[in-house]
Design a protein around this ligand. Structure first.
Ligand SMILES: C[S@@+](CC[C@H](N)C(=O)[O-])C[C@H]1O[C@@H](n2cnc3c(N)ncnc32)[C@H](O)[C@@H]1O
Length: 198
């Protein structure tokens, strides 16, 4: 495995037991043509400056398969956190995440999108994992570890958190969404996009 990462800060946070990251960007991969069996991108396309160039690079270096973990933003936007409290994050994600149609078009090979339900006890604290634990949104530390909240205007963030706090204290949240607390997992828009090159 050759992990590729442009941020030194992120590269230095890797577990020392994992292969070290090579500094580079998706739009210009430091790999020769057809040099790996598969190319994997995990929740990264929304950071790329040129999506088409990055996808073209994945096709250039991978012999058999491209796998991309991404978000169907229309499904994400219907989750309670985005719909009721932080619609501006869904709006920005609409501009940053490629639509499923665009991905299928640009990958130029047979592609399927597999639904990845997020478990209620998901250990990764990415924004979609909050579907099962609204109380985590009240805590600044888990919020700060998500790019959605970290890039949000401070006043808007404070207003969203105050509204959620109010809804939890008054029982409004549980009246509307309490049934979610019993679910083992939920489709909140996470998709595994798999392209077979041969
Ligand atoms: C949400 S993080 C996901 C990190 C990792 N894939 C994981 O699952 O833990 C997104 C990553 O994309 C990286 N990134 C930003 N711009 C990039 C680019 N142009 N090409 C490749 N990676 C990029 C960021 O530095 C960040 O580490």
């Amino acid at each position: 495995m050759v992990p590729i990462e442009p941020s030194t800060e992120m590269a230095l946070q890797r577990d020392p037991g994992l292969p070290p990251a090579v500094l580079g960007v998706a739009e210009s991969l430091p790999l020769v043509d057809d040099s790996v069996d598969a190319a994997l991108g995990v929740l990264t396309m929304h950071h790329w400056t040129d999506l088409s160039a990055g996808l073209s690079e994945l096709r250039r270096v991978a012999r058999k398969r491209i796998v991309l973990l991404t978000i169907d933003v229309e499904v994400e936007a219907s989750m309670w956190l985005f719909r009721d409290y932080i619609p501006e994050v869904a709006d920005r994600d609409r501009t940053e995440f490629p639509s499923m149609d665009r991905l299928v078009d640009e990958l130029k090979a047979p592609t399927e999108a597999v639904t990845m339900p997020v478990p209620a006890d998901c250990r990764d604290g990415f924004l979609l994992s909050f579907w099962s634990r609204p109380e985590a949104v009240l805590d600044p530390a888990p919020r700060a570890a998500t790019s959605g909240f970290a890039r949000m205007d401070d006043a808007k963030e404070a207003a969203a958190v105050a509204q959620l706090n109010h809804d939890l204290e008054t029982g409004v949240w549980d009246q509307r969404h309490g049934h979610l607390r019993a679910l083992p997992s939920l489709d909140v828009g996470l998709r595994l996009v798999i392209t077979d090159l041969h």
